[in-house]
Design a protein around this ligand. Structure first.
Ligand code: MF3
Ligand code: CO
Length: 250
């Protein structure tokens, strides 16, 4: 169901977003060669508990962990593990915070030590692509405008856009209508309305866009071993620039 959130619901989501932003900022400091994503998962569980919040992903459709930790050629839904991160890796940490029923969802790709130039460019283009999508996300625009802006930019930069996973409406549950593809045609699709809360979360690949599923039935990875980056924000549609619930720069 597509809902438009009340002021009170948005305030609750913002409170969850504030915790999520703090948590991502702590993770940014922790990410170094030698740390494991299982340690980051444990940190997030503890951090959220200390803030009176819960990790919404844990137990969601049977997903076993607080975070998704997607390494290099993993596109999304990577499992945290005991293997140490090494210099040159890129790692996407995705999490959803639930505070008193308010949800916020944000993924961020981090460089581990020194990442090569192409990897850094992949990260930079993916983050910029997210913000190109956000520029289109306002009342009166259509869902296709978001995807078109992201796809056009990412492909001009020589990268490809994952098709098999999309952004989504969020609240009261994690995945609500509508789907928000990161590719598409301008002026097509549902018209955005004030008070809708959505995620935009482009997954951009250095090689082919196609994905394949791991044995664990969760983790998607590229078919050509090329790396994949992802940045995700939760945002509220308004008449003007959207309110970014998970903004790290406020
Ligand atoms: N945070 C992810 C998203 O952006 C959801 C991961 S699926 C889960 O939609 F099962 F891990 F929660
Ligand atoms: Co997410």
């Amino acid at each position: 169901m597509i809902t438009r959130k009340s002021k009170r619901e948005i305030e609750k989501m913002q409170a969850a977003g504030d915790i999520l932003v703090k948590c991502h900022k702590e993770i940014a400091k922790m990410i170094k060669p030698g740390i494991t994503t299982m340690e980051i998962d444990a940190f997030v569980e503890k951090f959220l508990e200390e803030h009176g919040a819960t990790p919404e992903q844990k137990g969601y459709s049977g997903y076993p962990y607080a975070i998704c930790a997607s390494l290099n050629d993993e596109i999304c839904h990577g499992f945290p593990r005991d293997e140490k991160l090494i210099d040159g890796d890129i790692i996407t940490i995705d999490m959803v915070v639930n505070l008193d029923g308010g949800l916020a969802d944000s993924a961020w790709t981090y460089a581990v030590g020194n990442v090569d130039e192409k990897g850094l460019r992949l990260m930079d283009v993916t983050k910029t692509a997210l913000y190109k999508g956000i520029e289109q996300a306002r009342a009166g625009k259509r869902i296709g405008d978001i995807g078109h802006a992201i796809q056009t930019y990412a492909e001009e930069e020589g990268f490809s856009v994952v098709r098999d996973f999309t952004g989504h409406g969020i609240g009261p549950t994690l995945h609500e209508e509508p789907h928000i593809p990161h590719f598409g045609l301008p002026n097509k699709g549902l018209r955005l309305k004030e008070g809708m809360v959505i995620t935009i979360e482009p997954m951009i690949n250095e090689g082919d866009w196609q994905s394949q599923m791991d044995q664990n039935n969760w983790t998607a990875r590229t078919i050509d071993k090329g790396r994949s980056a992802q940045y995700e924000h939760t945002l509220v549609i308004t008449k003007d620039a959207p309110l970014i619930i998970t903004d790290q720069d406020k």
